[in-house]
Design a protein around this ligand. Sequence first.
Ligand SMILES: C[S@@+](CC[C@H](N)C(=O)[O-])C[C@H]1O[C@@H](n2cnc3c(N)ncnc32)[C@H](O)[C@@H]1O
Length: 244
Amino acid sequence: MNEEPDFANSYADADRAGAYAMLEFANTYYLAYRDLPAILAEHVTGTRALDFGCGTGRSTRLLRKLGFTVTGVDVSEDMLRIARGTDPSGDYRLVPDDNFGELDTGAFDLVLSAFTFDNIPGAIKVRIFCDLGKLLRPNGTLVTIVSAPEIYTHEWASFTTRDFPENASARSGDVVRIIVTDHHDDRPVEDILWTDESYWSVYKEADLEAIQVLKPLAKGDEPYAWVNETKIAPWVIYVLRRTV
Ligand SMILES: C[S@@+](CC[C@H](N)C(=O)[O-])C[C@H]1O[C@@H](n2cnc3c(N)ncnc32)[C@H](O)[C@@H]1O
C-alpha cells in the first residue's frame, strides 16, 4: 500500500453540499440502496441506528422511513446544515475528528455507513471501524456501502471518470477522482481507492467479520439508462459483526 496522500473531504463545502442534497435514489445510486431493506430485515434486530457519514440526510431519512430511530453523524457542518433543514425532527450531530464520546457505547442495533469510507484515508480506517464496532450492542450489525474500485475506471448512469485515466493505475490508498453527473456540481469528487483485499485486512484489525458481501448488479428492466451497471457492480456492501 502507498504512503497516505494529503486528503481533504470533498464534502466540506457549501456548494457541494447543496448539489449533493439534490440526489435521491435514482440511476447508479438505486443499486446502492435497492437491497438495503432486505439486508436490514435479515440481519438487524432492534431499531436504534447510527448513520455514520449521514451527509445531507438521504441515508438517515431512508432508515427513518424503515422504522429506525436514527442518529446521523458527519464531519461536515455544510452537509449537516442541509440535513437538519430538510428533516427538522431528525437527530443530526457533528463529530469533529470522529470522536464518538457523546454517543452511547454498546447501544446501537445498526451502524450504517453509506459511501463514507470512500472519503476516509487508510491510516484512520481501522481506528474508526474499531470505534464504530464499540457503539454496537452485542450482535449488532454494521453495514457499510462503499465504491467498488471499478467505479473509478468506467462510465455509469450517475458518474463519469473518462477525464481521469490515471485512476486505472491507482493502487489501494491512492486518491482517485470521479464526477457525479446527476447534479449540477461538475467538480470532481476526490475519493480514496480501497480494494476488497484492503477492506478485509482493516476488518480483521478492527475485530470485525463479514457475514454477507453483496455486489449489486442491475437487472436491466429498471427505468434507468444503464451504462455498465448490468455487467459491473459499482458498489460493494459489507454486512459486518464484531468478533469479540
Ligand atoms: C458521499 S456522502 C454520503 C452521504 C449519505 N450517507 C448518503 O447516503 O447520501 C459522504 C459523507 O461522508 C462524510 N464523511 C467523510 N469523512 C468522514 C468522517 N471521517 N467521519 C464522518 N463523516 C465523514 C462526508 O462529509 C459526506 O457527508
